[in-house]
Design a protein around this ligand. Sequence first.
Ligand code: AHM
Ligand code: MG
Length: 285
Amino acid sequence: MHTADRRSAVDAVMDTVATAAPQIRQGLVGRRTKVDEENPSGETQAAADVWADKLLENAITAIDGVGQYASEEREDIVECGEGVSVAVDPLDGSSNLRPNAAMGTIVGIYEQPLPAKGEDLVAAAYVLYGPITTMTVARDDTVTEYEISDGERSVVREDIVLPDDPVVYGFGGRVPDWPGDFEAYAREIEDELKLRYGGAMISDVNQVVTYGGIFAYPALESAPNGKLRLQFEGIPIGYIIETAGGASSDGDRSLLAVEPTELHQRVPVHIGNEALIERLEAALT
Ligand code: AHM
Ligand code: MG
């Protein structure tokens, strides 16, 4: 694919997600119940998960220059032409629907067929459905935050860089399920930073982007690959954080260097200020 065609496909995907965001937000009303279905990772879906996936599928597969659409909420890749591959978590943190807390949408745009490597990612973004809707986009070595109103994006912060002095941390999984080396690291961090954990990765990651710190959904004793998914969550978020001057890790290497073997594979996720991620890698044996 020529660079100019790829750029216009990326532009179109970003515009499409910005347009879809208010529709997804509005569609949450009345869709907070569970449906009798599981996603490919064996988790029960909410009506809103299925609905947001369908909405994004229809909009993204219609774009010229998109070749594949895949999502956390469907088993198979949708083939839709020639061009970039778009991997989506339509509604990240959907267990926050019932208590009406923050959620997100995550998008990764790869220049190779899925499952694709971190080095094949050309741009990534997340939408945060907080008190207002924002969209944070990483491309061309820079991170930009937009506010979205009526599907229109307006820039609120450019060239975002993680603050030098970290303030917050948020770690997922039950503490007794944490491996001993991670727990020892967590005890140190608890002494240094303030806890911010909301149960939706995007809102917890955005705390780190805003205040500096570390977010992790680590390997668990009961789940050595953690909970989050490489293609839909790990690589796109790792890319956004690294573009903002932070670091990402599966415990051993950058999330962008983890070898993809299957579409829905899970990966331990740690992102944040570089010094905290270096300490984490040193702490995990
Ligand atoms: P989802 O995309 O199926 O909603 O799951 C991912 C979410 C993340 O947003 C969040 O970090 C994690 O699951 C929270 O899990 P837990 O409820 O175990 O704390
Ligand atoms: Mg998710």
